[in-house]
Design a protein around this ligand. Sequence first.
Ligand code: ATP
Ligand code: MG
Length: 100
Amino acid sequence: MSSASSEMSSQPLLRVEGLRTWFPIKKGILRRTVGHVRAVDGVDLLLESGKTTALVGESGCGKTTVGRSILRLIEPSGGSVFFNGQDLLALNPGAETVTV
Ligand SMILES: Nc1ncnc2c1ncn2[C@@H]1O[C@H](COP(=O)(O)OP(=O)(O)OP(=O)(O)O)[C@@H](O)[C@H]1O
Ligand SMILES: [Mg+2]
């Protein structure tokens, strides 16, 4: 993680802005969406290269969902995630590499 490129650049390693992940609540035989669990709703985060950030909060406040959304293991509903200046949410499924 301590590559020369990330240490020399002035940009943060990770920049998260307005991250939002809502889970639909579906009901009835037709499984219609009747509402949303707003698990993550407007999270900003800045992580400098070589630094550690802890995400702390009560059970169910959305810590795991934040992590999974940053990695796109869950597709976020909105916001932006920049890793080394690269917009991860703009990458299409065929994108092969993330520059570190
Ligand atoms: N796949 C899902 N579908 C619907 N709701 C979900 C899903 N995953 C998480 N949630 C809900 O989103 C909210 C945040 O959950 P999350 O697991 O991110 O919390 P957490 O802070 O990691 O909790 P813990 O400290 O217990 O690990 C909770 O209300 C949870 O029930
Ligand atoms: Mg968790």
